[in-house]
Design a protein around this ligand. Structure first.
Ligand SMILES: NC(=O)c1ccc[n+]([C@@H]2O[C@H](COP(=O)([O-])OP(=O)(O)OC[C@H]3O[C@@H](n4cnc5c(N)ncnc54)[C@H](O)[C@@H]3O)[C@@H](O)[C@H]2O)c1
Ligand SMILES: N[C@@H](CCO)C(=O)O
Ligand code: NA
Length: 429
């Protein structure tokens, strides 16, 4: 074993960073044996230096992250600050000063992954980010390496722990949205600004990263259709239950049947209780990968939290250190397929639509006609009436998002339709 240690700087010592530091210290001997050289924590950049950080020598702590990444003697910089800046500049500075980078920052990678990969390559360094998608679950590496010989057609799953935790609580205990969000935040699952979680930005960033790697193409955050889960109500859960379903926030990345384009989307969806995703509880994540040769693979595990995320960071750290010792780098970005990303209107799925209508003869026929005129075929209709008003629940067969949108616009114009109470996609059948 080499005796000269590999030097690692840690940027950020919050929920994830503090666990990375803890594991680096407590597992030092095993990490050294697995890598073939000791790994030394050479510096820790923090924002609040007066905080007591157990297990971290005070002389390693600095508030000057820029000076730390410019030291020039670092082998690896671990970025767990989050957000776009200063993380982006710190990472590019680290590459320029000779370090490889491990990051958990999906927001940054979804926005600037291509540029960061290019800078890493220019400097002959690694950029690894297993922790950025689905926490502890090995997903980036299986897609990038294990499935590199196969053709992936679909990646579908739950990739945000906070929203799964909230939806699970709302469904199973009837907890309110805010109460469940506060608990997820206290447990260290939520982003610094939890809007990123509940409005689907975090899941959309992960979908962009996954689609890019799975389909060997470039998918930007803006390419991902995004709907959050803040408008999911107890009434939606009740409707889902009546259909034998529950509601999950899903990320779905698909290659078109002709192989010539891809789509990526994040939105709440009803899924049957019999589907494996329905039983994903709390902050767990689960992702299905469908490919030509392998068929269907399922990845499941803790999707958020300090220690689980640190597990993925440490896995990357070991891989990057091994590469350093071997004088090599791992696989970089693979975007040769250059596939266009199709708009949401072209996505085909089933829909559950809940309408408030006048309870009088002919309304059902009128509504059915609007669906037929837009080429959207109805699977089931359920009507419940009271005091001259009724609620009409329509479940469709598969239709394009554009056709469904046109149908809903036309329904809203009918005098007999008082309002569209909810529209939810139905997946997993
Ligand atoms: N918490 C999770 O479950 C989880 C899971 C996967 C990925 N991530 C990602 O990991 C990253 C960190 O998340 P977290 O939950 O640990 O957040 P956090 O807010 O707990 O930690 C970030 C830390 O960085 C510090 N910081 C901010 N600016 C700094 C600067 N300029 N220099 C030094 N330190 C600075 C903050 O003070 C804070 O302590 C984010 O990119 C997040 O998306 C988090
Ligand atoms: N806020 C994220 C952290 C893990 O990426 C989540 O809840 O999934
Ligand atoms: Na992961």
């Amino acid at each position: 074993m080499r005796t000269r240690p590999l030097k690692v700087a840690l940027l950020g010592c919050g929920v994830v960073g503090s666990e990375v530091a803890r594991i680096m210290t407590t597992q030092a001997a095993d990490l050294a044996a697995r890598i073939g050289a000791p790994v030394e924590l050479a510096g820790v950049a923090v924002r609040r230096p007066d905080r007591v950080r157990e297990g971290i020598a005070p002389e390693l702590v600095t508030t000057d992250a820029t000076a730390l990444v410019k030291r020039g003697d670092l082998d690896v910089v671990v970025e767990v600050i989050g957000g776009i800046e200063p993380a982006r500049t710190l990472i590019t500075t680290a590459f320029a000063h000779g370090a490889s980078v491990v990051s958990a920052n999906k927001a940054l990678l979804a926005q600037d992954g291509a540029a960061l990969h290019a800078i890493a390559e220019e400097h002959g360094k690694d950029l690894y980010y297993e922790a950025a998608v689905a926490g502890a679950i090995p997903l980036i590496r299986p897609l990038r390496e294990s499935l590199a010989g196969d053709k992936v057609n679909r990646v579908l799953g739950i990739v945000n722990g906070t929203t799964n935790f909230i939806l699970d609580k709302m469904d199973s205990t009837g907890a309110g949205y805010q109460e469940a969000l506060d608990e997820a935040t206290a447990l260290g699952y939520a982003e610094a600004d939890p809007t990123a979680d509940v409005e689907g930005f975090d899941a959309a960033a992960k979908a962009a990263i996954l689609a890019g790697i799975a389909f060997h193409t470039r998918v930007r955050l803006d390419d991902v259709h995004r709907e959050g889960m803040t408008e999911v109500t107890a009434a939606d859960f009740a409707s889902a239950k009546e259909m034998g379903c529950t509601i999950k926030l899903l990320a779905i990345c698909e290659r078109a049947a002709d192989g010539g384009s891809v789509t990526a989307r994040v939105h709440p969806a009803m899924i049957p209780l019999t589907h494996p995703l329905a039983s994903v509880r709390g902050a767990y994540n689960a992702v299905f990968v469908e490919s030509d040769a392998a068929g269907q693979l399922m990845f499941y595990g803790p999707g958020a939290g300090g220690a689980p995320t640190a597990s993925a960071v440490l896995g990357d750290l070991v891989a990057v250190c091994r590469n350093r010792l071997g004088g090599t780098t791992g696989p970089g970005e693979s975007a040769y397929a250059a596939l266009p990303v199709s708009p949401m209107g072209e996505v085909v799925t089933r829909y559950h639509i809940s309408l408030d209508v006048a309870d009088k003869p002919g309304v059902l026929a009128q509504v059915a006609t609007v669906f037929a005129e837009h080429g959207v075929s109805i699977d089931t209709v359920r009507q419940q009436g009271k005091d001259g008003e009724a609620s009409l629940v329509v479940v469709t067969h598969r239709a394009s998002d554009a056709a469904l949108g046109g149908t809903v616009d036309a329904l809203r114009k009918l005098d007999t339709v008082r309002g569209v109470a909810s529209i939810m996609r139905v997946e997993g059948e």
